[in-house]
Design a protein around this ligand. Structure first.
Ligand code: UD1
Length: 412
């Protein structure tokens, strides 16, 4: 890819990866035929489909479409094998639904990943408080539940995955569960509306206190996945670096308030448009400081995009990663492209340069991979991003979409 003309045009935003994976896990909770709409064609959805299939469910995508049909038979095998959990650690969200509906679960333990260790202690503690018991051996966690019972849960930290596992278990528990210090991400609210449509009684999702009244049974439903705010953020960063004016079709500005605030500080003009978001970049972005926090703070997934933007901004920005200790590895790749970055523990000081210098680099994970592509739009000469399969885990047609906006980028 090469730096080129400013971006121009309209780009469709897909359904949210971090929502659809959990909705797919939630289909374990009820028999029958589910239809999920607005499902992105990305590798992680394939992995979750394989996981559901390995349990005995039938998963089918309409030809070249965004509708996925899931048939959940009466009997399923409550197991998540290592080769699938290893491919995608979000597989762990089947634990709660399996315990609630089947009463048993055998799930491979996710190892460390590209951002460093990601423990599941909060998931297990919440499920234990609901009445499950666990044993760990040979790389698996085996859970049993002889009927879960609602209780008050106080999460030590608003973990997205732990909130989701607890929520999906509590919908079939006896009595009332209150999850305090729950994660507030829009994807949690989407999961709760899916569960409510299935017959669950969930109140307060999207706030830090979620109340769940357990029900006896749930039923299969149809549901449209919310738009992917991280994909939308990626295209906003791309226009920030390359310049231009674009419309994000289907994106929801109300899920991205803090991001829009920050990008406005950097000089971008962004406003909700008909069924989407309109954005225009200044000649050059202004630097700002960014620290990641749970929602509604700046998402950790946005941070590599900010660093790519700051690398070509006017001024100095300090970025702070508060969630994942190992998430800074991509900084070395950006440095190879001429970015002026100094790190100290979980802080990085980024001194903007007028332009980066194209170089071969390696994508260490999904978001950093996308950020390296974005950085390439602000670099002279050719940038080659290796490890593009990481980007495929979370982005549908990323290169084709950028190309359609006028970027000089191609898939090797
Ligand atoms: C989800 C998202 C990911 C996003 C993250 C934070 C999916 C598939 N992934 O990941 O893209 O970056 O939210 O917004 O939705 N932690 C523990 N013990 C636990 C659980 C978490 O210590 O039992 C720690 C983690 O190591 C991390 C922090 O809590 O430091 C946040 O993790 P969490 O919110 O659980 O993220 P995920 O659900 O894994």
């Amino acid at each position: 890819m090469r730096a080129g003309a400013p971006l121009q045009g309209t780009v469709p935003i897909c359904g949210a990866k971090n929502s659809v994976l959990k909705l797919m896990a939630a289909t374990v909770l009820a028999e029958g035929r589910f239809v999920l709409r607005n499902v992105p064609a990305i590798a992680d959805v394939e992995t979750m489909s394989d996981l559901l299939r390995s349990m005995g469910m039938h998963v089918e995508r309409a030809h070249r479409g965004h509708d996925v049909t899931i048939d959940r038979p009466a009997e399923i095998v409550p197991e998540a094998p290592y080769e699938l959990v290893e491919r995608m650690r979000a597989s762990i969200v089947v634990l709660g639904p399996l315990l609630a509906r089947v009463g048993r679960a055998r799930v491979a333990l996710p190892g460390g990943d590209d951002f460093g260790p990601r423990p599941i202690d909060m998931h297990l503690k919440a499920l234990e408080q609901l009445g499950a018991t666990f044993e760990q051996s040979h790389g698996f966690v085996e859970g049993r539940a002889d009927g879960l019972a609602g209780t008050n849960l106080l999460l030590e930290y608003p973990s997205v995955g732990a909130t989701e596992n607890a929520l999906m278990a509590a919908v079939l528990a006896k009595g009332t569960t209150v999850i305090d210090n729950a994660a507030r991400e829009p994807e949690i609210a989407d999961l709760a509306s899916f569960l409510n449509r299935m017959g669950a009684q969930v109140l307060g999702a999207g706030s830090s206190t979620i109340t769940i009244e357990g029900v006896d049974t749930l039923h299969a439903v149809e549901h449209t996945v919310i738009p992917d705010r991280i994909e939308a953020a990626t295209f906003l960063a791309a226009v920030g670096v390359a310049g231009g004016e674009i419309t994000l079709e289907g994106a929801r500005a109300d899920h991205m308030d803090m991001l829009i605030e920050k990008l406005s500080d950097m000089g971008m003009r962004i406003s909700p448009a008909n069924e989407g978001i309109w954005a225009m970049a200044p000649d050059r972005l202004r630097a700002t400081d960014v620290a990641t926090l749970p929602y509604p703070g700046v998402a950790t997934d946005y941070l590599p995009l900010f660093v790519a933007m700051l690398a070509v901004s006017d001024g100095v920005g300090i970025v702070t990663e508060n969630l994942f200790s190992g998430r800074f590895r991509y900084l070395d790749e950006l440095t190879r492209m001429g970015a002026d970055i100094r790190t100290d523990a979980h802080h990085a000081v980024v001194r903007g340069r007028p332009q980066l210098s194209g170089a071969p680099v390696r994508a260490p994970d999904i978001r950093a991979g996308a950020a390296l592509v974005v950085a390439g739009l602000g670099a002279d000469g050719e940038t080659i991003v290796r490890g593009a399969e990481h980007v495929d885990r979370g982005y549908e047609d990323f290169v084709a979409k950028l190309h359609a906006l006028g970027a000089d980028v191609e898939r090797g």
